[in-house]
Design a protein. Sequence first.
Lengths: 705, 121
Amino acid sequence: MDAMDAIKATYFQECDELLASLEEGLLALEAGEGDSDTINAVFRAVHSVKGGAGAFGFEPMVEFAHVFETALDAMRSGKLDPDPDVLKLMLRASDVLADHVQAAKGEGVVDAARAQAMAEELEALTAPEAAQRRKRKVRPSADAPASDEWGFTVQKFDFGDPAPAAGGWMLTMRPTAAAYAKGHDALLFLRELSRLGELTTRLDASALPELGALNPEESYLAWTVELPSEVEEAAIRDVFDFVGDDCPIELTRAEADPAAEAPAPAVDIEALLASVQDAPPEPGAPGADEKPAAAEKSAAKNASPASGATIRVDLERVDRLIDLVGELVINQAMLAQRVAESELARSSTVAMGLDELEQLTREIQDSVMAIRAQPVKSVFQRMPRLVREAASATGKQVRLVMEGEGTEVDKTVIERLSDPITHMLRNAIDHGLESTGERIATGKPEEGTVRLAALHRSGRIVIEVSDDGKGINRPKVREIAVNKGLIAADAALTDDEIDNLIFLPGFSTATTVSNLSGRGVGMDVVRRSIQALGGRISISSAPGKGSTFTLSLPLTLAVLDGMVISAGDQTLVAPLTAIVETLRPKPDEVRPLGPRGAVLAVRGSHVPLIDVGVALGMREQPIDPCEGVVLLVESEGGGRSALVADEIQGQRQVVIKSLEANYQRVDGVAAATILGDGRVALILDVEAVVEKRLNERQAPLAKAS
Amino acid sequence: MTKTILTVDDSRMMREMLLMVLQGAGFNVVQAEDGVEGLEALERTTPDVIITDINMPRMDGYGVIEGVRRDPRHRATPILVLSTESSAEKKQRAREAGATGWIVKPFQADTLLDVVRRVSA
């Protein structure tokens, strides 16, 4: 059933949002920032998850959510104090609820024993009431057909049997003004009763005053209804169950001739219904005739549903729009170039109009990119659970502090942030923080703090993961690096360079491999995945005080500010973010190193020269750096390098076209783009070019050690 | 004539489900995401029946019921409460506020339609 599947998909989507707000609320309460609104929101989250679970028949989830909800309800009504222990338990309960949701999606299994234990812990919170509650709670989901305890049960009755006239039911109903005021209607009671069996109805209009004294808001009428004897008493009472005291009834078994007791002449039900519908204002039921007219009006107005401040749009449509805007940018650039070549005056209307077009194109592009931007919250909100689990796996006490969850970044970037952040957080807890015993011994608070922050800095998003642990153990890192042949035994490295050794492939500082950080996946993998996104990662550390990993990424993967350069007959684009400075070396600054290599002296230090054309296999021999230009680039871990190109053509924003999607992955090339003159240019993967060159340089060292 | 039903529920899933069931049965449906929106919707539309959730942000279902009953244009409109809650106290509170009926979530489509038809003359 398609519609049902769609609703289910909506439900799961909603569940993710509800679970996130549940966790957020509980964390806020734990931090002492919550108020009664927070408690209400937390309650509502669980309540809504349960409601949907019931609708789709996810019974185990309903049961668990119910227990959870009961505990939250106690908190809401002030019977349960939201102290830290209670909140910690509830946070764990929210994890179990999340497991239930995953299981319902078919994406995991619930640890039944854990869920049961959790349910019992939650029940214990409201212990004094627990027994009573358990008895009372036949859950609503379990009794779906009887889901109308206010008397809305549909009674199925056989209308075929002719009802015996005598010994039937005598029912008197006197709807009060209050009943009408609450949307009830005597007509509807009669219609409902008529479903139970054949009716004989008498109207008692004896209380009806003179027309002049009649208050249209008052109720004056009563009815006496005779029902067949085989109709069950409960079925009759059910009709009036929801109206309650607002429509008092008397129900008795008729013993004698009903006509003799009748207070008024008998009225045929059909005639009565007709009279109610056709008559001028029925005094007792104002609603009965006002409504049709009003409803007509509403139909005419055809009121539209309340519109929210957001709309949901298929991602494909947005991507299509982004693609088109990319084409627009390219076309605009081409047009600008043509105009420039046509020798039209800068002040001509064409040139000026084109300037405006360029401005507008930029603005459209920014606006379109903003559509895809989302707060990093969606990734951040998964982290508290991860930290809790990592903390319990390592037996450490950890407090997670998150900042800048509202920082926005392109959706594709967000999706790929999750793994690196996960890894860095685990790493911080596993390797960064000391054990509780160690912390106490060094006079630190027992509870370690891990901070996860997001911020915008110069057109990039920066993610920082820091801990207040022991910091990088530099002598040990150095020792390992030497042992593994990553550096020479006598290499002179700065503290920063030593810290960054942990990003080298195959480096692992943990003496015991815990099952938390896992085997085989080191920081080098994190670095590589960040680099694949055009990002950088670095670490700074202070012994005894902790470490900070800083990860910076472009805000979007769709456009890039680049420097257009030529190498051989090719035009290339180097990402501007990678370039520190450009320079034209003098002959005395270039020093040969080895048979093919050379270094460049830059303000007292030496950086390796890398010929871009050679690196990409476009020519065999490097050009003389003094004839060309040098781009000084900075890479993570590898320090600075000098890329040699023939010349610089200019600086511009380019639209990134995936090479992998259109051709195949090429080492040293990140992507391609189309320039203003219509030529295709390759975008350099600076990290890859430099890394390749460094590996060539390091290989002999590794052998030597 | 097509009858209009106002549904007030903060759950998108519930709103979609109500929409599917009610539209499928030929009703015109106006949706609101919470109590405040529900009462705002009454400025623009005159529903034949209002179906409201109880637990909602900003304004809960009791607030909706009281608001409707105070509004001269809508005070006689039947209001059905649709909630996972089923305690007698809560029902009594809704009844006192002026609710016409109470349906427990999760609901069966047939039951819901039956009740809606029952209260809409």
